[in-house]
Design a protein around this ligand. Structure first.
Ligand SMILES: Nc1ncnc2c1ncn2[C@@H]1O[C@H](COP(=O)(O)OP(=O)(O)OP(=O)(O)O)[C@@H](O)[C@H]1O
Ligand SMILES: [Mg+2]
Length: 252
């Protein structure tokens, strides 16, 4: 009897994201900057990985390469088994619209579009009807407790609201890989926790997530924490390790 449901003996699911010996160098000669120096990282469906490290250590570079927004100097980015350097420009655009949800460090909302339109845009570009895309966008805003700002433009929103709209945009549709660069940066801690809970839920439902954060409190939501320094992974811990990053009880 055949079944599409993998048997327990089938082993762990294949990685959604694999970075293999990934490097990124900017400039040349004395101006050469080694933003990443040989990163190996694999993230499976259901897994949320936090990336931590000092400013300039390569966190955003890692994320932009993983999302196909920048090109590696050497090494490979493999998404769902596909080396993305083999995709042409159309293939890359489709991948970014369909499979990868990206939250930028600076939100990157389109100023001329309302909150709901910003969220609906990638879906409409992907062929979803305007009505359905709008419905999804409103539902995503409700999840973020932002239903009331659906028709506001970015310059009519607070920083935290813009950030949550950017997160809603990254989560809408069936994104298999969610990449978030400090998604909690402009949020108060309660809203930050609720954003993390949502990201966690999305991963529990089968997405793979990579999130940059400076906050051990948020990293504790991840299954694994990867520490970057000078473009290299210097340490990895499991989430219980992330909790141990929190200040000791007496020190709080
Ligand atoms: N376009 C660029 N040209 C030259 N150097 C760059 C460029 N983009 C990034 N860099 C350099 O690459 C290194 C890694 O930058 P990156 O933005 O990935 O750091 P980060 O860990 O995200 O820092 P932060 O916590 O401040 O956001 C830094 O030294 C940065 O100056
Ligand atoms: Mg950064």
């Amino acid at each position: 009897m055949s079944s599409s449901v993998p048997s327990p003996s089938a082993g762990p699911p294949a990685p959604v994201l694999e970075l293999r010996a990934l490097t990124r160098t900017h400039g040349s000669g004395i101006a050469e900057v080694h933003a990443l120096r040989g990163i190996d990282l694999s993230v499976r469906a259901g897994e949320l990985v936090a990336v931590m490290g000092p400013s300039g250590s390569g966190k955003s570079t890692l994320l932009t390469l993983a999302g196909g927004l920048d090109t590696a100097t050497s090494g490979q980015v493999v998404i769902e088994g596909q080396d993305i350097s083999a995709l042409g420009p159309r293939g890359m655009a489709a991948l970014r619209r369909r499979s990868v949800g990206y939250v930028f460090q600076d939100y990157n909302l389109i100023p001329a579009l309302t909150a709901a339109e910003n969220i609906a845009l990638p879906r409409e570009l992907d062929g979803v009807s305007v009505r359905k895309a709008r419905k999804e966008a409103v539902a995503a805003l409700e999840e973020m407790r932002l239903a009331e700002i659906a028709d506001r433009f970015p310059d009519e929103m607070s920083g935290g609201q813009q950030q949550r709209v950017a997160i809603a945009r990254a989560l809408v549709g069936d994104r298999r890989l969610v990449l978030a660069d400090e998604p909690t940066g402009a949020l108060d801690s309660e809203t930050g926790e609720s954003v993390l809970a949502l990201l966690r839920m999305r991963c529990d439902q089968g997405a793979a997530g990579v999130m940059v954060t400076h906050e051990p409190r948020y990293a504790a939501w991840a299954d694994r924490v990867v520490f970057l320094r000078d473009g290299t992974i210097v340490d990895q811990t499991l989430s219980s390790g992330a909790e141990s990053l929190l200040p000791a009880e007496g020190a709080r």
